[in-house]
Design a protein around this ligand. Structure first.
Ligand SMILES: Nc1ncnc2c1ncn2[C@@H]1O[C@H](COP(=O)(O)OP(=O)(O)O)[C@@H](O)[C@H]1O
Ligand SMILES: [Mg+2]
Length: 251
């Protein structure tokens, strides 16, 4: 019975995933199961493979080895509803689109009643991230933080089952950082979140699982480490304390 319930909750399964890039091993032997309602904080040193892992999970990148499977209700499925906030430097902001167009593009893959519904949901998200006044502005005119909020609104607008956020707090000032905590904290409990954060932050402390990516993927089971910036004294998890020290020094 328990086994069956666990399978019902399984959404994404990575088995033996590896990634070679230009003859370098970026990731090796990654085994990871993502379950409905998980909030997974992903940390690790720069260049450790966090963004690569997310893009493999999203199937935007095919791994050189292993498999990525999606499930719903215990059955394999072809697709899941996933919202994605890419890391800022991966996105071209010179493309001539308005803020509203970018946010509304998050609704393209799903069934929406009509144009009025698209307008309503887009406006609601623009309000949530504090960008109603920038609605008609070309994205090329935005500050880094405003652009980041535009992309977050796009990731959220379809109310996806899984949210994948790659360093959502970069470029944000403190005021909006808190607003984003609130938005994420108010998501329904069955929304699954995978969040990359390159340092120990408040947002990462909201997570139910902590994963360290440094060419391999390890799960840390210590409860105390994420809220401490340099947690080498606090974290008693032998697998990841070395990574934490590295993080603390490098930022
Ligand atoms: N498009 C690419 N082509 C070749 N190598 C890449 C590419 N993107 C990333 N890499 C390499 O993969 C490694 C991991 O990068 P990345 O996943 O971006 O790490 P992180 O997000 O943890 O900083 C780095 O060594 C990087 O140079
Ligand atoms: Mg990255």
């Amino acid at each position: 019975m328990l086994l069956q319930m666990e399978n019902e909750d399984l959404l994404i399964r990575l088995r033996g995933v590896s990634m070679l890039r230009e003859h370098k091993k970026v990731l090796s032997d990654v085994n990871l199961e993502v379950r409905k309602g998980d909030f997974i904080a992903v940390t690790g040193p720069n260049g450790g493979g966090k963004t690569t892992l997310l893009r493999i999970i999203l199937r935007l990148l095919a791994p050189t080895g292993g498999s990525v499977e999606y499930f719903s209700g215990g059955q394999p499925v072809k697709r899941l509803s996933i919202g994605y906030l890419p890391q800022k430097n991966m996105t071209d902001s010179s493309f001539p689109l308005s803020v509203r167009d970018v946010v509304a593009s998050g609704l393209l893959g799903i069934k929406v009643a009509d144009r009025a519904e698209v307008e309503r949901r887009t406006s609601e998200m623009l309000r949530a991230v504090g960008l109603e006044e920038k609605s008609g502005s070309p994205i090329g005119e935005l500050s880094g933080g405003q652009f980041q909020r535009t992309l977050l609104a796009r990731a959220l607008v379809a109310k996806p089952d899984v949210l994948v956020l790659d360093e959502p707090l970069s470029y944000l000032d403190k005021h909006f950082e808190h607003r984003i905590y609130d938005i994420i904290a108010s998501l329904p409990k069955d929304v699954t979140v995978i969040l990359v954060s390159h340092e120990m932050t408040t947002i990462a402390s909201m997570a139910s699982r902590h994963v360290i990516v440094d060419h391999t993927v390890k799960e840390c089971h210590s409860g105390s480490h994420m809220v401490h910036y340099d947690c080498s004294d606090e974290c008693d998890c032998p697998e990841c304390s070395a990574t934490h020290r590295l993080e603390g020094q490098s930022v």
